[in-house]
Ligand binder design. Structure first.
Ligand code: GLC
Ligand code: CA
Length: 541
């Protein structure tokens, strides 16, 4: 059944960029980001070199979980425009060579979804069994995903006279995946967006799709995920499923299912260990990560990221490293969330130090896989801790130093969320236009990193090899794909270090780095690296 040939796998060479339509660009002046605004800003993304956009949920929603609480799977929330605006956006993205993937949230719906409304109103409704009900909550309850915000996973519903199951917020009842009628509906949803021309889905909450709920009617919980993968793979030889599964290293491999499952998974392990390596200034942690990350089917691909729209969860790291990171990067209780995460953006966590930001991104761009950027991180935006929970990292994009950061022409009180103003990360200083003017800005750095990444298939496809560098603060690795050979050297320490790495050839060319380095040596390359310095070197046969 697999019609995919390895050389065709576009997602292996992709540069993904994640957008929250609501906070990206307001096209009609009502204070809320929308598809018209986003369409106008496609040239910014094309200019950066992005090749694939991932849209957070934009479907009709009461919006109590940033749109992950879906009330209608077949539409666009009117606040963001119409389905017509979406299709026009898709066309304009395609015109610029960009693919679009959308969030697929099938674990639960909003409690406002008509299915749930029908289910709670009538025990005999065919929709009752779309959800999971009990007369009494089971003695043993699975933990809720949002500790501190939700107490359990079973909620009593007055209308229904029963308890329903919810892994996430109480207003997000879990769908009953064992019900074939639910599966039929979800297949239609997937088919609908594929017919509109999207290139795949970011699949929300994957581990929860295959869990079995104790004491409930779930029969074969694993199968819908696989059924969904088969369905997408049959409908399109090109579409992808990018799964969100923050699970221990023994588990992610299964989701690729020998090339019949998902195509991509977020690399939570690489992300965690990158933060660990930065805080400990220890390259050894990166070598550990590459040992821990399980081997995957050749069709599969890891997606590397540093931050996203959620809290930063470092639970893949040893506890003592997590503790160090929390102490250094989230010293204040207000920066922490759900007893496990950090609700901050990357730039402020790294003290707004551009060299450290470059180092972090350089690692992300050169670890094997496909990079994904969270909007605003290309200019080093900050967070707003006055916002609830994870909204702190979802403030409006900072385009210019005009009022409202150029995001909207509405009155500031009308904005969906305030723009970050004043201080080191305020829009007056941190914005797209300001960074366009400065050749060394972070944004221009990201653009150059992407250019180099795209010119070398070894980044997305190569086999990785960790190189001994003598110094524990210096991480050296190679990526080899066909005739493309890359040598990468990163100094995690804040002080200069001398790195000595084995090289098979004297033919070397530096492509990128914090500055130009003299490349000396025949069998060994010796580099005098600056503090937090890094170099991308091409090896020539
Ligand atoms: C995923 C999303 C998160 C959302 C949750 C519930 O973890 O990334 O933002 O709240 O699912 O849908
Ligand atoms: Ca608007």
């Amino acid at each position: 059944m697999l019609s995919r040939s390895v050389s065709d796998l576009w997602y292996k060479d992709a540069i993904i960029y994640c957008i929250d339509v609501e906070t990206y660009m307001d096209g009609n002046g009502d204070g809320i980001g929308d598809f018209r605004g986003l369409t106008v800003r496609l040239n910014h993304l094309a200019g950066l070199g992005v090749t694939c956009l991932w849209l957070l949920p934009f479907y009709p929603s009461p919006n109590r979980d940033n749109g992950y609480d879906i009330a209608d799977y077949y539409g666009v929330d009117p606040r963001y425009g119409s389905l017509g605006d979406f299709v026009e956006f898709l066309r304009q993205a395609r015109q610029r060579g960009m693919k679009v993937i959308v969030d697929l949230v099938v674990n639960h719906t909003s409690d406002q979804h008509p299915w749930f409304q029908a289910a709670r109103a009538d025990r005999d409704s065919p929709f009752r069994s779309f959800y999971i009900w009990e007369d009494e909550p089971p003695a043993h309850q699975e933990p809720n995903v949002f500790p501190g915000k939700e107490t359990g996973t079973w909620q009593y519903d007055e209308h229904a006279g029963q308890y329903y199951y919810h892994r996430f917020y109480h207003f997000e009842p879990d769908l009953n995946m064992a019900n074939t009628a639910v599966r039929d509906e979800l297949r239609k949803v997937i088919g609908f967006w594929m017919e509109l021309g999207i290139s795949g889905f970011r699949v929300d909450a994957v581990p929860f799709l295959i869990e079995s709920v104790e004491g409930s009617i779930v029969v074969d919980p694993a199968s819908f995920l696989w059924e969904m993968c088969r369905f997408v793979n049959v409908r399109s030889g090109d579409a992808i499923l990018l799964g969100e599964a923050n699970v221990p290293p023994s588990q992610p491999g299964q989701y690729f299912d020998q090339g019949n499952g998902m195509q991509m998974l977020f690399n939570f392990i690489a992300m965690n260990y990158t933060f660990g390596a930065l805080v400990r200034q220890a390259a050894t942690l990166l070598a550990d990560a590459l040992n821990i990350i399980p081997a995957i089917h050749p069709i599969g691909q890891w997606t590397n990221f540093l931050r996203n729209h959620d809290e930063l969860d470092l639970s893949r790291l040893p506890q003592s490293v997590q503790d160090d990171h929390f102490a250094a990067c989230a010293p204040d209780q207000s920066m922490r969330l759900y007893n496990r995460g950090i609700r901050r953006r990357l730039a402020p966590m790294l003290g707004g130090d551009q060299r450290r930001l470059e180092l972090a991104y350089s690692l992300m761009f050169t670890l094997p896989g496909t990079p994904v950027l969270w909007y605003g991180d290309e200019i080093g935006m900050g967070e707003d801790l006055a916002q609830e929970e994870r909204l702190s990292v979802r403030t409006p994009m900072q385009w210019t130093d005009d009022p409202n950061a150029g995001f909207s022409s509405a009155d500031p009180e009308k904005l969906v969320r305030p723009v970050i103003s004043g201080g080191k990360f305020g829009y007056e200083r941190v914005n797209v236009i300001a960074q366009q003017r400065v050749p060394e800005s972070l944004m221009n750095w990201v653009e150059r990193a992407i250019r180099n990444h795209k010119e070398h298939p070894a980044f997305g496809r190569g086999a990785v090899q960790v190189l001994g560098t003598v110094d524990r603060a210096v991480f050296g690795h190679r990526l080899d794909w066909d005739s493309d050979h890359m040598l990468l050297v990163h100094n995690l320490a804040s002080r200069p270090r001398t790195a000595t790495v084995p090289v098979p050839t004297a033919g070397m060319r530096q492509l990128f780095g914090n500055r130009s380095y003299a490349l000396r040596g025949r069998k060994e390359l010796t580099l005098e690296l600056d503090g937090h310095g890094y170099a991308w070197i091409e090896l020539r046969e």
